[in-house]
Design a protein. Sequence first.
Length: 386
Amino acid sequence: MAPILPGATIGILGGGQLGRMTAMAARALGYDVHVLDPDPDCSARPVASRVVTARFDDADAAADLARQCDVVTLEIEQLAPTALEAVARHARLHPGAGAIWVIQDRVRQKDWLAEHAFPVGPFRHAEGAADVAAAVRELGACIVKSAHGGYDGRGQAHVLDPGDAAAAWQAVGARRSVVEQRLDLALEFSVLVARRADGQMAVYPPSRNHHTRGVLAWSVTPADLAKEVARAGAEVAMGIAEGLDLVGLLAVEFFLTTDGRVLVNELAPRPHNTYHQSERACATSQFEQLVRAVCGLPLGAPTLIAAGAIANLLGDLWVTDAPPDAVGALEVATARLHLYGKREARAGRKMGHVSAVGQSGPEALARALDAYERFRPAACPAIDRP
Ligand SMILES: Nc1ncnc2c1ncn2[C@@H]1O[C@H](COP(=O)(O)OP(=O)(O)OP(=O)(O)O)[C@@H](O)[C@H]1O
Ligand SMILES: [Mg+2]
């Protein structure tokens, strides 16, 4: 298939921060960008020359977006199949509806991984509290995760005892869920793969990730993993991208358990929070790479050119009396501030991140965490350190 050259128009389903940063990379390459998002004031709006304001299940609006685009990609996987089909009738759609269909439902995703012999932790399906109780009796302490709509730890509940199953089921409030055994984690890491329609792939070096209360707090590359762990991660990530015939980006979140197992946690068919440092640390950022992959351009080198780290800035930092200190954060060596232009700060909402580079992962991370600490109003809790 002929490449889609600069000057053409890229559509993005979703105009959050991932759409915004992808749009900026597309603009840098000389593409025009159109976006579909339910919020007319979404993060990508200032970078897009057209915003179609519609829900992600509005097939007419999706067709309207696609008619004016040469290729359409996405920054969110919660998209109605009818909307994806409508897009595909009018423009190239990468990644395709098939891969999105598998990934967008946690139950389907887990089943697909298990059926294709990719390593996942023990899990069960649940369609009611009784299933949860049975799973906990078999597997011990578990986490219930709703099939749809969960992100940043939402739609999840921990169950330590079968007697807590009913409360957990109600808290999650889903019709279908997966119940995962709660694993003892040594650490978490992720691997990003870019894949073109002809099957060519580029694999990024792993990121090491730290979550607080189910939300990513910081991420650093290089991850400083044992060679065989990094190799297993890269092989599994490439295998999944091939198995799903995914064109674009695939981020695979991994657990390394205390007993040495490398297990897939979950998949994302789009740019990922744990690769924001690729803008600084890699020869090709994840956002530029997505554009290259979906346009059929040569993939850029994912090579590390510096160690890089990010720390997330959640809305909590804005909802205290004192404002955060942007000037102080920017005084830290190599620090950059990335704000997503969201007007309304809410606790837990991702508002931006700070990034830093260095000679080593620990140095880059120390700088990013320093920048975070300078930014943080005194009333907010300190960030977790490694
Ligand atoms: N089975 C498990 N055992 C131990 N910890 C877990 C398990 N599942 C999830 N966690 C912890 O909770 C975090 C969030 O879980 P998960 O990735 O499933 O949720 P999410 O809402 O999709 O998060 P995000 O959107 O931030 O990736 C994980 O990164 C990990 O720290
Ligand atoms: Mg996750």
